[in-house]
Design a protein around this ligand. Sequence first.
Ligand SMILES: [Mn+2]
Length: 199
Amino acid sequence: MMQYALLGDLHSHYKNTKAVLKHIEEIAPNAQMIGLGDLYECIIGKRKAVALTEHVPLDQAAIIKKKFTELLTFPSIIGNQEERIAFVTGIQQFLNYEEKIVIENATLMHGHQFEWSEHFEPTFPSYETPLLFFGHSHRAAIYINGIRTKIEYNQPMYVGDQTYEINVGAVVESRDWCLYDSEQMTVTFLQAQKNDSSN
Ligand SMILES: [Mn+2]
């Protein structure tokens, strides 16, 4: 059985990341974890970043705490936060992530590579697998025939060999993650509870 625990948009949030990792350990201890980008939070905004005339030290550019980075034991794709941190600091290490990862029947990308409407709805790029998992807008959802459809948590959803785009939601705001079982071909949206005491 091959399971993948997909989590994105951590934005350097230690407490929520720890809660999600604990939840993954409880629900799917053997799952392969993969990050969907925006692991870190860049504290320099887009406009300010392009106006900079010289590089900024890392501690002024991003929230990077040792105890948080120690949680990042899994591979990830790149998000816009990592790209901006690299851009403003000149530290190339933040570009050391793939732009996409392809796993069984599924492509993983961060949504900054898509076009977004003014209502923050994506236009998906072409991809070669039935499923596309992504993050970026912090809204867990499944797109069926391109239409954003509300999801239910904790309900394994059979995806078969259908084409769906799946937004796994955000760790930083709602402690979301997604369990993808490539043998059963199911996707389950999950959420670590807010009221546990891990910190
Ligand atoms: Mn993002």
